[in-house]
Design a protein around this ligand. Structure first.
Ligand code: ASP
Length: 413
């Protein structure tokens, strides 16, 4: 990561012409291809992994009849952590006043344009969870639909007697093979991260960040507080586990999330870590982690909370208490509909701004710095998924505390 960013920054500083060999062949050639191949390899695994792993998980949950309780607990905790995240973000933003005295951002607003795309309504989000065609859902990577189908399939499997038993063995074997494949791809992480970070270093616009420095800093502070205070507190009080150990084991996941800006692409690494390093049993992790990657976006909600306060202050609009509460509610619900891919959080911000009557054009003010913030908030998003999965597993007695406490071993590919 460090080598990549430094090399990228050096290339930016050298400002070689676009057609220079180094730019054309190295940066836009090998490095660009390396980064894209790494992300594609991760994404390649997402649908088969979620489907197979969740069928196994649901099949064993079906036996115990605890699906409803587990589902309620998981979704409840996801919504709670998101509501806490956005409330915290707005409190910090109201203290730092990022949008006051933001004249320098004014020229940013006129220079950049933002074409708002319609965000899906809350009702559509719920209807869309049910796949009318599961194959199409898999082909298009509609994660909530894949999750629901896998869950129902696994439950049916657990109730199908001898036929179900044969299939269960098959899915369990398939799961082992996919886990092996993940290990092979994860061993390429250093190369993939290097390529992605070099590009970041080469294109990061420090001047743009300086223009909205207060907004940028507020989002970063809120993300840090949430990840290093709220999650550890929650983990410690609800499970008694060591937050330090948790964060240490989450490093690889956070690094991949940061580099790819996509909770979806990071999913194979998150699932592997949660099961094999944090000790969460497959019947909890296979459900909680993909669901979290899809509906739980605490980092995104934090950005939206700060952005709302920033845009309101910039345009001199007062946010009433009821407007603030509306932001908490909408950002929490919007996080369910936010796809786990780069940059979608900004599109969903239109929904939040609309709800409280703020000008959607305000997004133009912050679009220039969103790339880096997207990386940071995605790292928080995946940390939240793993935190909730661990808490739920602990409460259901489906957490292997020995695995959690074991020092990290470098798994061979
Ligand atoms: N990139 C984020 C994620 O995948 C979503 C967003 O905030 O745009 O988690």
């Amino acid at each position: 990561m460090g080598v990549g960013i430094s090399l990228g920054a050096l290339l930016q500083w050298l400002a070689l012409p676009q057609e220079h060999l180094v730019n054309a062949v190295v940066l836009d050639g090998f490095i660009d291809a390396g980064g894209r191949i790494f992300i594609a390899l991760l994404k390649m695994l997402v649908v088969p992994l979620v489907f197979v792993s969740l069928v196994c998980g649901a099949a064993s949950l079906g036996d115990t009849g605890s699906v409803g309780r587990l589902g309620g607990k998981t979704i409840g905790l996801y919504l709670l952590t998101t509501a806490v995240a956005v409330s915290l973000a707005m409190m910090i933003a109201l203290a730092t006043d990022p949008g006051l005295g933001g004249e320098s951002a004014g020229d940013l607003a006129s220079a950049s344009t933002f074409e708002p795309k319609p965000a899906p309504s809350v009702k559509d989000t719920f209807i869309n969870v049910v796949p009318s065609n599961p194959i199409a859902a898999m082909a298009e990577g509609m994660m909530l639909q894949v999750i629901l189908f896998a869950l129902l399939f696994g439950l049916a499997l657990s109730k199908s007697g001898a036929s179900g038993e044969r299939l269960r063995v098959f899915f369990s074997d398939l799961n082992d093979v996919i886990v092996r494949l993940i290990s092979m791809i994860v061993s390429l992480t250093p190369v993939g991260v290097f390529c992605l970070m070099t590009q970041l270093g080469a294109t990061l616009g420090l001047a743009e960040i300086a223009k909205v420095a207060m907004y940028f800093a507020t989002v970063v502070i809120a993300l840090l507080v949430h990840a290093s205070v709220a999650y550890p507190l929650l983990l410690k009080t609800l499970t008694g586990l060591s937050p330090l150990m948790f964060l240490r084991k989450m490093r690889e996941v956070q690094l991949v999330a940061f580099s790819t800006s996509s909770s979806g692409a990071t999913l194979p690494v998150t699932l592997r870590t949660v099961e094999h390093k944090l000790g969460v049993q497959n019947n909890v992790s296979s459900f909680a982690v993909p669901l979290g990657a899809t509906i739980n976006m605490d980092g995104t909600a934090i950005m939206q909370g700060v952005a709302t306060v920033f845009i309101a202050q910039f345009y001199g609009i007062d946010l009433t208490l009821s407007a603030l509460l509306t932001v908490v509610l909408t950002a929490t619900l919007a996080s369910i509909g936010t796809a786990a891919v780069p940059g979608v959080g900004l599109i969903m911000l239109t929904l939040v701004l609309d709800q409280v009557g703020l000008p959607v054009e305000g997004i133009a003010l912050i679009i220039g710095v969103d790339r880096l913030l997207d990386m940071l908030r995605t790292a928080v998003n995946v940390t939240g998924d793993a935190t909730v999965a661990t808490i739920v597993a602990s409460s259901e007695d489906k957490l292997d505390r020995e695995i959690f406490a074991a020092p990290e071993v470098q798994t061979a590919s």
